[in-house]
Ligand binder design. Sequence first.
Ligand code: F3S
Length: 417
Amino acid sequence: MNYSQHEKDMLTGRHGEASKLAMVILGELGSIYRAKRMIQISQAHIDMTLYMVDAGVEFAEKMAALGGKFSVPTQLNPASIDLERHEQMRVPAELLEKSRRLEQAYEKMGAIPTWTCAPYQQGLVPSFGEQIAWGESNAVAFANSVLGARTERYADLTDICAAITGCVPEMGLHLEENRKARILIRLENISKKMFENTLIYPLIGFLFGEIAGDKIAAIQNMPLDISTDQLKSFGAAAASSGAVGLFHVLGVTPEALDISKCFDGRPPEKEVIITPDMIKDAEKRLTQTTNLNPDLIILGCPHYSVNEFTNISNMIGNRRVNKSICFWIFTSRKTHKEIQRSGVLGKLNSNGIQVFTDGCPLQYPKENWNFSCAMSDSGKFANYCFSQTHLQVIPASAESCVETAVSGRVRKIESWS
Ligand code: F3S
């Protein structure tokens, strides 16, 4: 590894103990991947913001105590909980205390308290070709694929090191040659009507992740007018079923406008077809219950955008959520402010929908709620739900979630023909 003078100074501790430790860790990472040098990044997004284990809190506190300061603008992924509405969320004292410790450590190092897994919906959006260090699988997939920025899938803790040093090893998806597609996935016989049901995007994403694994794949025959919210939900599901850090949607995403360039002029190593039957099967595999009475509708995985809130508001109209159901939506503080200002938040509250910020739907304090079955429009949530929350889960479109919430019984509009 060739280090610049500044990097060498960090390694010898000239810029403090935190920079030294961070640089040693990144140097080790670089040598595992045979990186030749470090490259500068313009910003970082830290994933280790949920309280999972004490080691995460201790590492952040140690770096802060050693004088660590983020040298590039650094945003935060969600906390485990809504840090502002923790009473409403019935957060146990210990979880609140651990979350506060993480908050203090990151604030001390200079983080921007965004607390969102959709940093691409915030103000600090990287542009095409920008080298960044982001953690959180859906954010990484979106940054690389939709924005054309360049980041590896940074594991917890290495993202903190990158934020402190302002550099990362030149490896993986930072390099042009590693961003070319190798697998071609083709959608076949998917009708226009099927694409009108928004659940199709996370279901195709789930299949895409299973097929691609850790290889770069491109998908053909997606609608050319696919929205950024649909790309978001596709990418989040893909990055949950496979190690997908970059996907290409032919004719849509910036590095896939030309199929030949996308594959670097080479034929695909493998071609796979996705059919309507495979989509039906994916929905069946993700539906982990026969329960027809979900008691929780949970949206915002990844965090909801202003457009998604507006759609829910239009779908529900003046109707109210059935008393047997809790309807929760998670978002960022910034989006929360925007929907508050526009009046959408007040209307949703009067419909009986609660909106939380900061937190992650998978991390809600299970011990203080007695839910048994959740419905969600998120393929990522459905994929992880049972293993992380022990709740049974029904994946459904946002429209089906709203109709179910109002009636109190499953009302699915999905039909794949
Ligand atoms: Fe975000 Fe939590 Fe889903 S971090 S993508 S809401 S699992």
